[in-house]
Unconditional design. Structure first.
Lengths: 214, 527, 371
């Protein structure tokens, strides 16, 4: 059995029949943050989508905590996902956004909300619980998205250019904040970005997508 | 917000005051003069009236449920995915909605034969068929802006596919679903032609009661009471629909680009099956029409098509199809223009500050006004000297616009409501003048939905029969009027030529909708 | 396009102004004048019908050959403008509401079930065409006491798909009584009298025939599986086996439907219609024309009523509208003389009785039929 949080073996990426990367072997250790660097359009998002289960793998296996999840549905893979935009649920309050994943994993409403409050405080948004998500700034929304993704304690967190929609200033501040928060929690994360600076600042290890595929 | 936004409501309000409220007031003054207030009250609580209202409500609820059940999956496929034949599928769905009801009823009869008994179930199915476009268009317009990654996020948080749909997609579509459900309910609740043609003794609507009270019994106070009850019930439903639509999530403003079909085989199969079903559902009655138009004496024949130009030449009976087509297209164009301006401004009022947004609800009211009532009122108000608009040819497009404005509002308002007010603030903070900021924030989405709704309005006008049947001059019938006249007489020709004309109407409508959709798509691309 | 827009803008602006005036005015007593519309404004004043224009209000099944309209213009200088008011009932409803301040000058197509209501409401400016002496004797006095002029008549009768009946080994029914014979179970389709003109005529025929026993008769019809359609189109083209793809060989329609079947058949025309008419239990419908009270051009309106009764128009009536001309001795087209049923003793009810009893009859019919 592997001790890797996330492992891919001979993974091939493609969309709609066309394969554009194959033989990807990748692993993320517990509490490790790995950055994947590549220009836009190089298939980074497809890699994350394939690991998350949004896009089917063309070939190869995906293992989470040693379990083969290649054929599992998205919601059974224990993988968290954060996009360039926060994509919060507009009809729910900030707190209910964070509590959503816990509720889906069977936590009672009050327990989910208590845990949600803790997480909100942890991302620095205590007091924002009952706000509507439309009232948040871009940086705040991305912090909520982080709390939401981590609430159900995924084995691995996938971050797809999470800061690229923000101003440069905010981007740098938030990137280091997030890296710190992930380390505090001991979360394993796979972070894709086109920005070498961001990759270096956030990750324990930086790999280029081009190097990964055979 | 730019200051002029406060005043956009004036145009729709004035339009409705002049062409809706004024005729009704004129009518009410004529009718109610004969009636003592106590009798009037007595009429309003008549059990027979409420029995019909109850029955019609059940019928309309079932029709709405069925239209949603078929229309929502269709909206999903047609408004979000890129595939060959998408534009055609989208346009085809609109066709049933704009066919004259008598043609729809006849197509159903031809298709199903006499094996399927007329009655409640058939009426429900026909209503769902006709209103599929309302659901597919309105929900589709909103769904096309829905980022599928929001659902994927919910999936990674532990939601199953179905759960994510219910938890995330449905709430963000809620304004559109509520809006379209209210419209479908109202259309089914006030339906006349389909109820008369496919219903049985137990299937009635208040509208058919009004018709009977006005044109058979000449019982105007009774008809007024029925029409009033219908108006109140319909307005209530529309208010409920508007209330359900109002609290909507804030989402991305930009329309999301069409996506390729999903990568998984099962996903592709499901979507293809949906499109196929749509084709079958929409096309089966249309094909029945086509087949009626090329069969004579039990053989394949083009005789009805060949006689299309010559039927009843030299009499005022039917009129030339070519000139009727020109008349219909002219009306459709003017209707699209009026409806887009009036309806668009009414819909913009929903994002305006203050009480102006109430206008968006008021603009829906024409849906509840009994067509027979409004027709008679219009005749009294604008059909005779000194105020005679009949001669100008304006009455028909105005009447059609009254029908179309609510649809425009139903399409535009949810889209605007869900547009991100933050974008407005951002644009303003960047130093844009208010009007500029408004156009930056709402312009792209406004352009897309306005084009779509103008097309819908034009298509409605092409298929409308009731108003055209008594606001026109005999020399210039529209295509639906010609069709209904043909179907009012015996002989093989009546069905054959009527079917041929209906096929012409389908083709014209299809072309119009395809053209409009193309305009809309290019607007969406540049947006 | 631009012109239309300009017209629209003018119209909208003008009517806005007018409705403001109307709203400001205190409601007058409910004389017809009170609904004649608001004060004229020069900006929207459509030229009121000049002396040569006559507006003829009619229902949507009215038709006449275009050269007759041209001939009218040539002979009298009258420009005939035909305005449709929906179906016959809706047209009369509109005329009653506008009584005294009409939307046209003359009216054609009020039938004998509604005429007394229209007369009572003051729709007409009494006028009987000078041609009335040439009308068939039984209609000569049918003028609502000198108010209207009969123009045409027709009979609503049960029509029969002979071949379909023969296939079932049945002889054609010959009387209303036959229709409740179990042999004809599930074979008849009628129209709802509340929504269809022939449907109403058939109900009146049964009342004329059976008097107080009419409800019992309908009970028997119901027990014998009669189908009720919402409209003539659905009954005849939808459910009648002789008119479309339906499966019922008996339908309530017109005595002139068989000739229409020939005229509107595909070429080559069949030599004989496949349907026939049961000449018992037919209800006679008469259509009248009249001058509308308050007409802008009463003189022209009278001329148009005369024109409707003229030899030329009367000769045009059979093939234009599939009814019999009121004018005595009018030559009928061949297809009429051969295939239109002649009804010797049509049923009829006095117009006043119809006006008085209609609402109750329809309600009772509804109860009997379980509506």
């Amino acid at each position: 059995m592997s001790t890797q949080r996330l492992e891919t073996r001979g993974l091939a990426l493609g969309y709609g029949g066309a394969v554009f990367a194959r033989g990807i072997d990748l692993s993320v250790q517990p509490a490790e943050i790995v950055a994947i660097l590549g220009p836009s359009g190089s298939g980074k998002s497809t890699l994350l989508g394939t690991i998350a289960g949004v896009v089917p793998a063309m070939a190869g296996r995906i293992l989470v905590d040693g379990v083969d999840v290649t054929d599992l549905a998205i919601h059974r893979r224990r993988i968290g996902l954060i996009f360039q935009e926060a994509l919060l649920f507009g009809h729910l309050s900030v707190l209910d956004n964070v509590a959503y994943g816990l509720r889906r994993h069977g936590a009672p409403r009050d327990e989910a909300r208590d845990r949600g409050r803790e997480l909100l405080a942890w991302v620095g948004l205590a007091g924002y619980e009952s706000r509507r998500v439309g009232e948040l700034s871009g940086g705040q929304a991305q912090r909520v998205a982080l709390a939401r993704a981590l609430a159900p304690q995924p084995a691995v967190l996938l971050l797809d250019e999470p800061f690229s929609a923000l101003d440069l200033d905010l981007r740098q501040r938030l990137a280091s904040d997030v890296a710190q928060m992930l380390r505090d929690q001991g979360v394993a994360a796979l972070h894709v970005t086109h920005d070498p600076g961001e990759a270096a600042a956030v990750a324990d290890r930086v790999v280029s997508l081009a190097d990964l595929s055979s | 917000m730019p200051r002029w936004l406060r005043w956009t409501w004036i145009v729709p309000a004035a339009f409705l005051a002049v062409f809706l409220a004024y005729p009704l007031v004129v009518l009410a003054r004529t009718v109610l003069a004969e009636d003592a207030p106590s009798t009037a009250l007595h009429r309003l609580v008549a059990p027979s009236l409420w029995q019909v209202a109850g029955l019609a409500s059940v019928q309309a609820l079932l029709s709405t449920a069925l239209a949603l059940a078929v229309g929502i999956p269709l909206a999903n496929v047609v408004s979000r995915y890129r595939f060959r034949g998408r534009a055609l599928a989208q346009a085809l769905v609109t066709v049933p909605f704009v066919l004259p009801t008598v043609v729809v009823a006849l197509a159903f009869r031809t298709l199903l034969g006499t094996g399927v008994p007329q009655g409640f179930a058939l009426v429900v199915v026909a209503h769902a068929y006709v209103n599929l476009a309302v659901v597919a268009r309105i929900v589709g317009a909103q769904w096309s802006q829905h980022d599928p990654d929001v659902e994927n996020v919910a999936r990674t948080l532990g939601a199953s596919r179905w759960r994510a749909f219910v938890d995330v997609t449905v709430p963000s579509l809620r304004p559109a679903i509520a809006s379209s459900a209210a419209v479908v309910f109202v259309f089914s609740f006030t339906s006349l032609g389909i109820v008369l043609l496919l219903g049985d003794p137990m299937t009635r609507t208040l509208e058919s009661q009004v018709l009977r009270q006005t044109s058979v019994l000449l019982d105007f106070p009774g008809a007024a009471a029925t029409a009033l009850v219908q108006l109140v019930l319909v307005t209530t439903v529309l208010l409920l629909g508007a209330a359900a639509a109002r609290r909507s999530p804030t989402r991305r403003l930009r329309p999301v680009a069409l996506r390729p079909l999903p990568p998984t085989r099962s996903g592709r199969m499901a979507l293809r099956a949906t499109v196929l079903c749509a084709y079958v559902i929409v096309l089966a009655p249309v094909l029945a029409l086509v087949s009626s138009s090329v069969r004579a004496e039990g053989r394949w024949s083009l005789v009805w098509w060949q006689s299309l130009g010559a039927v009843d030449a030299g009499t005022t009976r039917i009129g030339s199809p070519a000139s009727a087509l020109a008349t219909s297209l002219g009306f459709a164009l003017v209707t699209a223009l009026i409806a887009a301006v009036v309806g668009g401004l009414a819909a913009i009022a929903v994002v305006a500050p203050g009480r102006a947004r109430f206008v968006a609800v008021i603009a829906m009211v024409p849906l509840g006004v009994s067509a027979a009532t409004l027709g008679l009122g219009t005749l009294l108000a604008f059909g005779r000297p000194p105020l005679d608009l009949r001669g100008t040819g304006a009455l028909v497009p105005i009447a059609h616009a009254l029908v179309a404005v609510p649809l425009v509002v139903a399409v535009v308002a949810p889209a605007l409501r869900s547009a991100d007010a933050r974008a407005l603030a951002v644009a303003a903070s960047l130093g844009a003048r208010p009007t500029r900021a408004f156009l930056t924030a709402f312009g792209p989405i406004l352009r897309v939905v306005m084009i779509a709704s103008a097309g819908l309005a034009g298509a409605v006008s092409l298929g409308e029969f009731g108003a055209a049947s008594f606001l026109t001059r005999a020399g210039a019938p529209t295509v639906p009027v010609q069709i209904v006249r043909l179907l009012g007489r015996p002989g093989e020709q009546s069905v054959g030529v009527a079917a041929a004309l209906a096929v012409v109407l389908v083709l014209v409508t299809l072309t119009l909708v395809l053209l409009i959709d193309r305009l809309g798509t290019s607007a969406r691309r540049t947006a | 396009m631009k012109d239309r827009t300009a017209i629209l803008v003018t119209v909208v602006a003008g009517t806005l102004l007018l409705s403001a005036c109307a709203a400001g005015a205190t409601p007058e007593p409910s004389t017809p004048a009170a609904v004649s519309g608001p004060v004229t404004s020069p900006s929207t004043d459509v030229p009121a019908g000049d002396a040569s224009t006559v507006r003829l209000l009619t229902h949507d099944s009215f038709a006449v050959s275009e050269d007759l309209i041209a001939a009218l213009k040539a002979q009298t200088g009258i420009d005939l403008e035909i305005v449709t008011g929906g179906d016959a009932g809706t047209m009369v409803a509109g005329a009653v509401l506008a009584a005294g301040a009409p939307t046209a000058d003359a009216i054609f197509g009020v039938d004998n079930t509604l005429v007394s209501r229209a007369v009572d409401a003051g729709v007409f400016d009494p006028y009987v065409s000078s041609g009335i002496d040439s009308v068939v004797p039984e209609l000569r006095d049918d003028t609502a006491a000198g108010t209207v002029t009969p123009i045409d008549y027709g009979d609503v009768c049960v029509n029969i798909d002979d071949a379909a009946l023969a296939d079932r080994g049945l002889a054609a029914p010959t009387t209303l009584d036959d229709l409740v014979d179990p042999a004809y179970r599930d074979l008849l389709v009628v129209e709802d009298p509340g929504t269809s003109s022939p449907g109403l005529a058939f109900l009146l025929a049964t009342i004329a025939r059976y008097g107080d026993g009419w409800q019992a008769y309908w009970q028997q019809l119901r027990d014998n599986g009669v189908a009720v359609a919402g409209s003539w189109t659905d009954a005849y083209l939808g459910q009648f086996s002789g008119g479309g793809d339906g499966d019922r060989p008996l339908v309530v329609s017109y005595a002139t439907s068989p000739p229409a079947e020939i005229v509107y058949a595909a070429d080559p025309k069949p030599t004989e219609p496949s349907t026939s008419v049961m000449t018992d239990g037919c209800y006679r419908q008469v259509e009248y024309a009249g001058v509308l009270a308050g007409a802008q051009n009463p003189e022209g309106a009278r001329a148009v009523v005369d024109w409707l009764l003229s030899e030329q128009v009367q000769a045009d009536v059979p093939l234009s509208m599939f009814v019999f001309p009121a004018r005595d001795g009018t030559a009928l087209p061949d297809v009429f003389t051969r295939f239109a049923a002649t009804v010797d003793s049509p049923l009829q009810l006095p117009a006043d009785d119809v006006a008085a009893g209609l609402a109750a009859w329809l309600a009772d019919w509804g109860t009997t039929m379980g509506r």
